[in-house]
Design a protein around this ligand. Sequence first.
Ligand SMILES: C[S@@+](CC[C@H](N)C(=O)[O-])C[C@H]1O[C@@H](n2cnc3c(N)ncnc32)[C@H](O)[C@@H]1O
Length: 270
Amino acid sequence: MKLSLIKALYIDELKEIYSYGESENIFYIAIQWLERRNKTDVILGLETLLKETYIDVLVELKAGKPIQYITQETSFYSQLLYVNKNVLIPRPETEELVHWVIQNEQNKNVHILDIGTGSGCIALTLKKHLPKAKISACDISQEALSVAKSNAKKLEIDVHFFTCNILTDTLDKFDIIVSNPPYIAVKEKSSIHQNVLDFEPHEALFVADNDPLIFYKTIINKTIKNRSILYFETSEFYTHDLEKWLEKNKLKYEWRNDFQGKKRLLRVFD
Ligand SMILES: C[S@@+](CC[C@H](N)C(=O)[O-])C[C@H]1O[C@@H](n2cnc3c(N)ncnc32)[C@H](O)[C@@H]1O
């Protein structure tokens, strides 16, 4: 069967869950993963003998399973990372956050902590691109830490991982803190894509409605007295509240827009 026909099938069958562009991307991830094929092979009219396998993948996709949990890999800052159901699938905004830290912290002998490391995407990318920095990373989830450690081993990148509950634990001193913490209020659940709700770990996503900024406030309160510089990914829905809180606490801050032009990346300093 021609790959172009499989592509048409994917786009048609997935249209209720994904936009045309998203389905197209998913199809290209699937052909790369299954047969190391690409867009050119589709345009050239190449055939596949794996029709049944493509159908099996399509069945899982139609059940809402993200393609990255099917392939168990995702690309982050041009690096393939292992992922499974215990970690959030790293997002492009987080690549932008990492890029900002890399730009600002080049060639410095700093000690950086990544809080809520998940797959290890932030910590591992920082160590790769800031070799002089010492990198530590923590998470409340043992399962997430085991994914992060297995990525570190596979990529031969040296990061110190440890368990933490950032809301209750005391913290040592770090020069730089980077975090993409949970920031979606439970009341926002209805606006979240069903496949995110059904498949991604809720502990990575949600915070209580009564204090959606709890992670930012707690992390800043625990570290700013050490003159740490903090980099965060944030929710577009709480920009104003977060600014109000930062100003009330007389903290300096700087926003950087994400690729959609939204204030989602934040640097806080004293
Ligand atoms: C939004 S995910 C970010 C994962 C990864 N850093 C990324 O950017 O893809 C938030 C992470 O924070 C972790 N987490 C949730 N509550 C935590 C807590 N109280 N202390 C430490 N980590 C926590 C979750 O397990 C999850 O891995």
